[in-house]
Design a protein around this ligand. Sequence first.
Ligand SMILES: Cc1cc2nc3c(=O)[nH]c(=O)nc-3n(C[C@H](O)[C@H](O)[C@H](O)COP(=O)(O)O)c2cc1C
Length: 386
Amino acid sequence: MDEQRLKKLMQHYPTVADLRRRAQGRIPHVAWEYLETGTGDERGVSRNLEKMSEVTLLPRFMKGELKPDPSTTLLGRQYRVPFGVSPMGLSGLIWPRAELILARTAARYGFPYCMSTVATQTPETVGPLVGEMGWFQLYPPRERHVRADILRRAREAGFHTLVVTADVPVGSRRERTIRAGLRMPPVIGPRFVWEALCHPSWTLCTLQEGLPSLRTLEKYASSRGWKDVIAFVAHHVGGTLSWEYLKEVRQEWSGALVIKGLIHPADVAPALEASVDAIQVSNHGARQFDGTPSAIEALPAMVKEIGGRVPVLFDSGIRTGLDILRVLALGADFVFLGRAFLYAVAALGEEGGDLLAENLLVDLNANLVNLGCATLADIERLAPPQ
Ligand SMILES: Cc1cc2nc3c(=O)[nH]c(=O)nc-3n(C[C@H](O)[C@H](O)[C@H](O)COP(=O)(O)O)c2cc1C
């Protein structure tokens, strides 16, 4: 995208809230509900956002001209910013080729794109686009040979960091998606046709790309048909994760290993015993269990327990550059955003990923300087509760 165009888009959509508004109008209701949903009463989603906004930071002044540099090193690699794209399954339902769009943005801006096991693309198609910025997320397959094959494919496609998601011991009900009639495969009835007619850009792109399917997993199902792939996921993926299983993954994966979704300090010791390289504090964007504290409330105790032994990563509830700084001030080393990136792609298609990356970067730099910092190392850590 040329600079002029980017500037124009930044004027029209300076915040995630602007992108979210436009996204809602551009995609079918069922896709919107899948993207937005929490679970149960959905208090967790608003709690994540509210508690995040309550974190305040004390700026320092009189430091002369500060040139912000938000670059950082994580797990032995250099990143230009301390944020990345969290894994999101079925992204192609939100916008066709969403994974490819975000992988390209990540490569361009020098931050990680984490591809989900239940992506609508394969590691083989995403890998060459994401280059050095590829992370891969694993939902645990029951069969060891399937796991080994998925890990092999991810590694051969260039993904260097593996994220094992801990916080999905069982599928979530996500009542909003039930109400909206989310079915796999999609039921092509009058409601679907009406929605398709009302969202022509989404429909056109979907016709070009084909209906979304879980392409990474297709090869393990008895056929590539939707029913068989969904049946495979239901019976052979997830529900198997234990510390023993994680240790097996550790044996098989020689790259960096991250465990995602821990929120209880008592889970830190076994994670470290399983030799993970980083812990990602998260409540899955409150999509799994509505009873958790917000992720940001849980962070200080996790940081204290981890005690600097491995980097602390974080997601759930980040929407702005300031939010990123809030999380870093509370002791995390790196953060990820989920919904915000899909709002951006749903709102602006191919241009969405870059626009959000640019907005976050500008906002992050401005807030860094307002805080009185030039680099991330200058951020004064908020004291953890005693
Ligand atoms: C549409 C959608 C799909 C998701 N799919 C996955 C997934 O496949 N694997 C995973 O570990 N987390 C998944 N998540 C959770 C995100 O990785 C992340 O934890 C969460 O979105 C962060 O909260 P935020 O949306 O407030 O940024 C998904 C989230 C969304 C919104």
